[in-house]
Write a protein that binds this ligand. Sequence first.
Ligand code: HEC
Length: 141
Amino acid sequence: MTKRDYYEVLGVDRVADDQTLKGAYRKLAMKYHPDRNPGDAKAEEPAKKSVKEVMKLAHKDGLLKKIIEGSAEQADKEQLLALYVDMWDAEPPKGSVESWNKLTGGAIVAAARVVVGKDGAVAELKERTNCGACHKEHKAS
Ligand code: HEC
């Protein structure tokens, strides 16, 4: 992944700071959120999932696997992106914020690239969702 793609996907200025990037991710996730209901102001910010909920929905229930295997629908890809944005916002049981932002941010960018159908995005998603690497840093055993 190059920096350029990252900014391209999100449509933000190249000098954007962390806050702007987070906002752009959230907007993208909201845009693609399957439960989004534009008529209801309360639905504008969907309830955020905890890390455990994300692990269940994205990993235990096979959503990520389905996408990597190539049998997922567009809605599945959009759901994974939304789940990973929630994961970024959630707090891991251990590990530094820098590491968490880097790992979850990488997963988000890869998932966003899968949503917009970039070349090589699925391979990147597989790399960026390395279970063991993240658990070692952030999962209390
Ligand atoms: C970006 C980091 C990250 C990645 C990538 C990641 N996990 Fe996790 N996972 C966590 C954290 C943090 C926890 C601990 C959550 C807690 O205890 O609150 C966890 C917990 C879990 C749990 C236990 C959930 C529970 O209810 O206690 C399972 C199962 C799991 N992960 C599966 C996976 C699988 C399978 C993959 C790879 C496909 C994966 N995870 C990738 C961060 C990650």
